[in-house]
Design a protein around this ligand. Sequence first.
Ligand code: SF4
Length: 419
Amino acid sequence: MVLHMQVYERFGDLSIWDRIGRRLDWYKGVSLNRFPAKYLIARYTDAGNSRAFADTDVGKHMEIYRKSARSFKRLKKSVLQGQKLSELPVPEYSLLDLARDITSNMLRSCIFCRWRCKVDRVEGKRLGACMLTDESRVSSFFHHTGEELVFRGTHGSGTIFFTSCNMRCLFCQNSDISRDRFNGVPVSGKDIADMAMQLRNEGCHNINYVGGEPSIHLHSIVDSIWHMGNEGSKAESPFISSGIMVVKQDHFPYPYRKEFSEHDGFFNVPILFNTNMFLSLEAMEILRPLVDIWLPDFKFGPGGCAVRLSRTPWYYETVTSNLKKLNQWNEDVMIRHLIMPNHVECCTKPVLKWISDNMNDVPVNIMAQYRPEAFADPTSRDFNRRAQDIARKPYQSELDESWNYAEELGINYREASFE
Ligand code: SF4
């Protein structure tokens, strides 16, 4: 057991931390339990009078949320100066409560993502682009050992895979999950929190909400964070029903230790949001005081590729505007870009140039692992002619050209791309 803890603690000594830059400092501190996760700070941020929720005007809710988020910032600053949350009174109505109420109300006229469908997902008579009602389903949860080193560490990234998506990528490598909204098992926020607590107490370095796309499950995710913030410290060993355990993908006997998650008596884990970045501004703002590290995808340049290959209008403007927000908020971020065949000029280069011009110090993983899948697989009966240009792996020359361009621009890409 001692050996196990020693291996675990080596995560903080990995040399990659010295090389990757300062943009992940907060995440690292929370992961090592030196700082409380943001959701704990949100739990101690006073959000005033809950009666504001007698009506369901989203604009008004967001106004209150923004105001409380300013108090959150002040509290986070004092936490960094040594203030212990356990010494503070728990407010009657916290920013964390407010986040849960807002997302639950928003489901009645959904604007979680840029589609802004405004459908009533509780009623479920009309569905939006994600085809979801208020039900969230999880396809699997497990220790992910294939993520970037700063996320997988020594014990894996605590990954929770949600079904469905708000984009329709012809080449999706998880299309069984993203296109099948009935995949996996239905879950409540409490179920998701139990999964998260299990993974963290088995040593995972973060909780990695992914899909499909996690933002379309915002209400369930925020609810799960609420449960972690309010009930996490009480959980000796969360009871997870057998109906949920069927989707736990790894059954390696990881030792269950509260030391993995303990900070100042609280259950603590960094929240990682692994997203296609096609979120609404409101979703971004709600997540800001809850997410410790953002892992956004940036796939397409400003031309028509996003519409042709992913049936996603307003892609480039939405992603760049959301990334700008993260930068302005000084959030911990790592960007992923997948090099696709025949898309170096129209997508890879404009994406890298934008990153270089706007957030040059952010670590970027420029990924080489594209392979034609789903409707882009020329050997499949489902092959779609619109995917003709991406029906092969990228050539080595395309990979080299992309990395050389990143080098020329001086982007921080080496550590994340070549581990
Ligand atoms: S999550 Fe996005 S796609 Fe789904 S209903 Fe809401 S706005 Fe529409």
